[in-house]
Write a protein that binds this ligand. Structure first.
Ligand SMILES: Nc1nc2c(c(=O)[nH]1)N[C@H]1C(S)=C(S)[C@@H](COP(=O)(O)OP(=O)(O)OC[C@H]3O[C@@H](n4cnc5c(=O)[nH]c(N)nc54)[C@H](O)[C@@H]3O)O[C@H]1N2
Ligand SMILES: Nc1nc2c(c(=O)[nH]1)N[C@H]1C(S)=C(S)[C@@H](COP(=O)(O)OP(=O)(O)OC[C@H]3O[C@@H](n4cnc5c(=O)[nH]c(N)nc54)[C@H](O)[C@@H]3O)O[C@H]1N2
Ligand SMILES: [Mo]
Length: 663
């Protein structure tokens, strides 16, 4: 067999955006390896991507457009149709819905199935041009983003390669072993260099093995821990007043919030012993290069944006940025390119109805409900909060649902028309990273199988069907990417001609490390207290346990759910709890239990672990229905509620109760 190797990029929603080497015979992918020359990947790829070819050539892939001829929700309700028929059917239906109810009653729903700019973003332009409802795509980290904007303005921080410079590194609400594997070698290096590494999380996970100390905090209470640390810093004279004077505003208001917050007081709320708070503050305050790697976990609460505002304020109090510290891995190359040249927000009608993607259940079931939903790059039946409400909405007979995906997902089961999607190696794209400084084009390596089409190609067909004659709908992905690379507008840094050539060839390029002291607020200062400082408890306290969602090392959101070996390693739908909570409920390790609250009731298997505080329950992973016990995944227990700022999903706000399921 004659094979050759081509470069590609991992398209999934992970900050590492790995460089891949695809071995192919021209039709099939034979093997996938990490590119040893890629500055971030350095030859290492995760277990999921190691056998990517198994997904690409999965027998479960959808290969042709399908039309529903039977009941909603059943896999055998579909029959194959041609692309012409599918496009005609969709566009006629949309035109008639538009006429009858207005195009505002049509919604495009997408998130990060593929992260490539072209295949991810162009759909937004299509729906804006149509005059459809505007989807507010804030399911992930926008609470964190809003906090950063308030405190730091436009934001620069350190790359992972800077981690070995730190003498104190805090993994704060982060699990790099599971979610950003390529920071791990740098963390190990920092430890070899004698850095002290601390994990602050609500349970002890895979990354605990990288740490000298694990500090368990009660969910949604980090603000009080941070305020108590500030209190100690002031008491111990570890506040950098020169830095505060020169580079911040709002110190007095912040001080009001931390003045009375003693470690003893804070301990009663956050569950961290007062001595631990004290020693953590000393460790951090005395560091010569204190670095924090913050994940998004603690932002997914009704008080989650505030947690990040206080985190950045804490960093400012010791002048961390001026010491070569601060945060790392929060900003990436995505901040250095203009994706809006692909998504065309200027086409959005400012009067268009806005629908927050986290509140899809409401948009589908309330008065004035939307009449047609087009889902691509997403799988709302499993990943969107309020799973019961979303399912109810998707099962509506009068909802015209089109799903473009690679598999018969739980969402696709409800569709009227299903369109077969390509994999990343079957399409062209240009990819940034949301945690690392590299950019890379991902050129097609094998032909699309069957009748599969990329997102862009489907939107071009739909544009033709709708009669949109704008130039933007005429370009292929390759033409768009070439245009962006050659343009003067796309790159927000001084790209060299040599870099332009490299990126055209499919090689990665690195964005220069920006000046972390170049704060992005209008007055170039860190705003410590533009919004009121202080702790607000998580809003939902009705039930005695708090469920905290986390991402799973064996899957990526709902992706990779058709790979048997990965699903076997992930195991059944499991909640982890403290022995005291289990004992109080007569639960033993491995028991099947009901977890419930006002949103739903699901069956879960219980694992009892020591590395969690009483009252906290960990819920890891996004499961398809076939992998649950039949009555829903963790999103059945999540409501459509939003964070305090940034309109993100407040996934961890829900309280729950758990009872043993009697045989
Ligand atoms: N293998 C794998 N990798 C992934 C993903 C995946 O599904 N699987 N998903 C990708 C996506 S979409 C994202 S957004 C990123 C997410 O990357 P991260 O933001 O790093 O991951 P999360 O799992 O959301 O949260 C990180 C940690 O926050 C903790 N946490 C939750 N609440 C609190 C709290 O109140 N206080 C503190 N201190 N800690 C808390 C959780 O227990 C968890 O360990 O990962 C990406 N990478
Ligand atoms: N309970 C719970 N819920 C969560 C989370 C959690 O940790 N727990 N995490 C939340 C977070 S942080 C995020 S970011 C969201 C993620 O939400 P989404 O980004 O919607 O992620 P997925 O659900 O995995 O959906 C991706 C879908 O896109 C499809 N896809 C992949 N590539 C392509 C392509 O090129 N074209 C098309 N048309 N389709 C493609 C995949 O097959 C898959 O069905 O989920 C959120 N929901
Ligand atoms: Mo995410």
């Amino acid at each position: 067999m004659n094979t050759y190797v081509k470069k590609s990029v991992c398209p999934y929603d992970c900050p590492d955006a790995c460089g891949l080497l695809i071995e192919t015979d021209g039709t099939n992918v034979i093997s996938v390896k990490g590119d040893p020359d890629h500055p971030v990947t350095r030859g290492l790829i995760c277990r999921k991507m190691q056998n990517y070819e198994k997904d690409i050539h999965s027998p479960e892939r959808i290969m042709t457009p399908l039309k529903r001829v039977g009941e909603k929700g059943l896999a055998d309700s579909f029959c194959p149709i041609t692309w012409d028929e599918a496009i005609h059917e969709i566009c006629s239906k949309w035109k008639s819905i538009g006429e009858q109810y207005g195009f505002n009653s049509i919604m495009g729903y997408s998130y990060a199935g593929t992260m490539g700019i072209i295949q991810r973003k162009f759909g937004e332009a299509f729906f804006a041009r149509m005059g459809a409802a505007t989807t507010v795509r804030t399911i992930c980290s926008s609470a964190k983003g809003a906090a950063i904007k308030h405190v730091m303005g436009h934001f620069h921080d350190w790359n992972a390669s800077h981690i070995p410079e730190a003498d104190v590194l805090i993994l704060w609400s982060a699990n790099p072993v599971a979610n950003r594997l390529h920071a791990v070698p740098y963390i190990k290096q920092a430890r070899k260099n004698k850095a002290k590494v601390v994990l602050i999380d609500v349970y002890s996970h895979d990354s605990a093995s990288l740490c000298d100390e694990v500090i368990l905090v009660k969910p949604g209470t980090d603000v009080i821990l941070m305020l108590a640390m500030m209190h100690v810093l002031e008491k111990e004279n570890l506040i950098d007043h020169t830095f505060i004077e020169a580079y911040t505003t709002g110190y007095d208001a912040l001080r009001e919030a931390f003045r009375g917050c003693t470690p003893k007081y804070a301990s009663g709320i956050c569950g961290v012993p007062a001595e631990t708070i004290h020693s953590l503050a000393l460790l951090y305050g005395n560091a010569s290069c204190p670095l924090i790697l913050p994940g998004s976990g603690m932002s997914r609460y009704s008080n989650g944006s505030a947690a990040y505002r206080h985190l950045f304020a804490l960093l400012a109090l010791t002048g961390a940025w001026a010491k070569g510290g601060g945060t790392c891995c929060v900003s990436g190359s995505g901040d250095h390119v203009r994706s809006d040249l692909v998504s065309h927000p200027e086409l959005i009608d400012p009067k268009a109805r806005k629908i927050n993607m986290n509140q899809l259940s409401l948009a589908l079931t309330e008065d004035d409900r939307i009449k047609s939903l087009y889902v691509f790059n997403s799988n709302p039946a499993v990943m969107t909060p309020d799973q019961q409400g979303v399912s109810k909405g998707l099962s509506r007979e009068d909802l015209f649902l089109v799903v473009h995906d690679r598999f018969m997902t739980d969402t696709a089961l409800y569709a009227d028309i299903i369109l077969p999607a390509t994999f990343s190696v079957e399409q062209d794209d240009i990819c940034y990273s949301y945690g690392n400084p590299h950019l890379q084009a991902s050129w097609q390596t094998i032909p699309a199988p069957g009748a599969c089409k990329s997102n862009l190609d489907v939107f071009r067909l739909l544009a033709e069907g709708m009669g949109f004659e704008d130039d933007i709908f005429r370009k292929t992905a390759k033409e768009m990417i070439d245009g962006l690379i050659d343009s003067d507008e796309f790159f927000l840094f001084d790209i060299t001609e040599e870099q332009r050539e490299l990126i055209k060839k499919g090689d990665p390029i690195t964005v220069p490390q920006p000046d972390v002291m170049d704060f992005g607020t209008p007055d170039k200062k860190i705003h410590l207290a533009d919004l009121p400082a202080g702790y607000t408890p998580v809003s939902d306290q009705k039930y005695p346990l708090r469920m905290v969602n986390s991402h799973n090392p064996w899957s990526l959101n709902s992706n990779f759910a058709y790979r048997e070996e990965l699903m076997k390693s992930r195991g059944p739908l499991t909640m982890k709890m403290h022995p005291d909570d289990a004992r109080a409920r007569g639960i033993e390790d491995g028991d099947l239990c009901y977890a419930y609250n006002d949103y739903g009731k699901i069956t879960v298997q219980i694992r009892i672990i020591d590395g969690i505080l009483p009252g906290t329950v960990n819920a890891s992973g996004v499961y398809r229905k076939a992998h649950t016990f039949g009555d829903g995944n963790f999103n059945s227990l999540c409501g459509p509620n939003l964070t305090d700022d940034g309109e993100a999903a407040a996934l961890n706000t829900q309280s729950i109760e758990i009872v043993r399921k009697e045989e």
